[in-house]
Design a protein around this ligand. Structure first.
Ligand SMILES: [Zn+2]
Length: 227
């Protein structure tokens, strides 16, 4: 029987930036990968550039859906395995009960051996909500796949990851997965997020390499959750 893993992404891109290497490796190793996009990412332009028309949030939602489908296809995940829950970007916290119901359906359907979701100390509210929703649902269903958290942006940008590394000496809960063998695939997938790449470069007025390179290291870090 094919083993399955489910990756929960708060926004359409988190799966690729956060664990695109892992996804490509799992596919190569014969796993079936299911990716769940929790929100529609409609507020990308609004939150970074304060733009609400041209493109409108509805346009952004469509664009990001297309981009994430292309990116995940490069990682090896077929379209049918990308599930869009379409909660409005930025509001997941308000719909946690509804989200638990939807996530429960998915977990029951696929019975994954591993699940991946955002780190509890990530700074974005949708990321924190996704963490709570997945844990709550697993607890409710009594399911016990291995739980891995991936970090996109730690809420204490520099100090946080450092403290995590020190705590790891005792907790041993951090895993660094070498993804150098699939890094070209991950880079290609990341380049599909053209809308995001364009606005980040407008906003920062400097080359995007710096932001993108943070996610193109030879290792991806995961925090195992034991409770
Ligand atoms: Zn996100």
């Amino acid at each position: 029987m094919t083993k399955r893993v489910v990756v929960f992404a708060p926004h359409p891109d988190d799966e690729t930036f956060g664990c695109g290497g892992l996804i490509a490796k799992k596919i190569r190793d014969g796993y079936e990968v299911i990716i769940v996009e929790m929100t529609d990412g409609r507020n990308l332009f609004k939150s970074i550039l304060n733009v609400e028309t041209n493109p409108s949030p509805e346009d952004v939602k469509k664009i990001r859906k297309e981009e994430v489908l292309k990116a995940t296809q490069i990682l090896g995940v077929p379209k049918k395995n990308i599930v869009f829950l379409d909660f409005k970007d930025g509001t997941l916290k308000e719909y946690e009960d509804e989200a638990v119901e939807k996530v429960a359906e998915i977990l029951r359907r696929y019975s994954p051996v591993e699940v991946y979701f955002p780190y509890m100390h990530d700074c974005h509210l949708d990321h924190q909500a996704t963490n709570r929703i997945v844990r709550k649902t697993l607890h409710k269903l009594g399911m016990t796949p291995i739980k891995y958290q991936f970090s996109i942006l730690h809420k204490h940008a520099i100090v946080g990851p450092l403290i995590d590394r020190i705590l790891n000496l005792f907790r041993k809960n951090m895993i660094r997965l070498n993804v150098s063998d699939v890094i070209c695939t991950k880079e290609k997938a990341i380049k599909e997020f053209k809308s995001e790449i364009s606005i980040v470069s407008i906003n920062q007025k400097k080359p995007l390499e710096k932001k993108v390179n943070r996610y193109l290291k030879n290792n991806e870090t995961f925090y195992i959750m034991t409770e």
